[in-house]
Ligand binder design. Sequence first.
Ligand code: ZN
Length: 452
Amino acid sequence: MMSAPYDRLVRGTLVLPDRRLPGGWIAIAGGRIAAIGEGAAPAALATDDFGDRLVFPGFVDGQTHATSYRGLPGFEATSQSAIVGGVTTMVDMPYDNPDPLNTIERLESKIAAVEAKSYCDVALYGTVAPGQGTGAMAPLAKAGVCAFKISSIESHPVRFPRLPADETLAILEASVDTGLPVGLHNEDQEIVRASIAALKKAGRTTPEWHEPSRPLAAEMAATASFLELGKATGAHVHIVHISHPRGYDLVARYREEGVRATAEMCVHYLHFDDARDIGRLGARMKVSPPIRRGVIDALWDKLAEGRIDLVSSDHSSWPVDNKLVPSIFDAGAGIPGLETLVPSFYTDLAARVADPARILCEQVSERPAKLFGLWPRKGALAVGFDADIAVLEAGSFTFDASVTHDGLNWSPYDGETFAARVSSTYVRGHRVWDGSTVTGEAGLGRFVPRIA
Ligand SMILES: [Zn+2]
């Protein structure tokens, strides 16, 4: 027992790694969880009592693109959206505007932007540019990047380029010594480009042609090729989004062979169905790989089978003007998702599984924290961890995209009813969101290096 009182107590129904603790309390000191218990609590300078609401470890969004549109200043709005959504750590992708994070200098600039602008903590992916060679990978790993990301298809020549197979192989070989995962955006460039060209020639440029323009063969061929290079090198190969159940089965097959292979799900694949929603949402649901037709139930089966390693938002900071253009092939791919990740996933889980809180905690806090090397600092309500906390209020809440905090104010989820909302968020013991107001500050956020 400490002689001085704790900084703060947070009370509620705690979602712990191994059990649920109703009437529980978390005692915070120096930004960390100092003690956890139930019933009578020790003295503290402040107490926030959430009654029977569920109290989770802060959520870790394993895939965000905070700075792909606005550049490094993009952290300010995106991270506000994160904390309003209960996300206390963003794992941010390296495809920044105008230049990707592929050198120590750019890592330092991005860390400085996080620590000046961000409301939440941030872990960072690095990348390797085509023709760059692998020399920067070990220094980036030593400086704390949590993973590397590459793509088998060009989305932008500088910011989001394609890596050919020979360079991909070299990158995987070089990654082994670092111990870091290498994530792949998994689509075959030649198949997709030929398919889009044929559709354009036929005048088929309305939103319903996006899904067929990126055939499953393109996604599976890129996925399988990368898994095979993982087998050849012993690297940790991570597929950053898989839109179809077959992709999860492929990853599982390689894992059974001993390959270090993991599969990430983006939450929109578990929520939307191209067959049902494209007429209503059009380009507002354009992501790549596309949300496919009629596979949503089979994707939920993959969750039940244990084939999904984590669930993320893939939050992209595109203004809606970038989406609503005459041809679907000119519309930006990607959707905002930080404020809907937890409410929409919890809502869908509650309709499909027995213990939605456990799965939510596993898939959006524990597992991403472990995969990206942030454990045992992030990802659990446990003594010694950072006091990152998200409180969920159950009820019936209509999601209104016009009042979101990401500076974008549009969402494919606009107008939907969720069974929960985030009613409070804490970053390292600081209350940063009280359910109606952002009470945190820009610059509270810290870069979180991967724990070796
Ligand atoms: Zn992404």
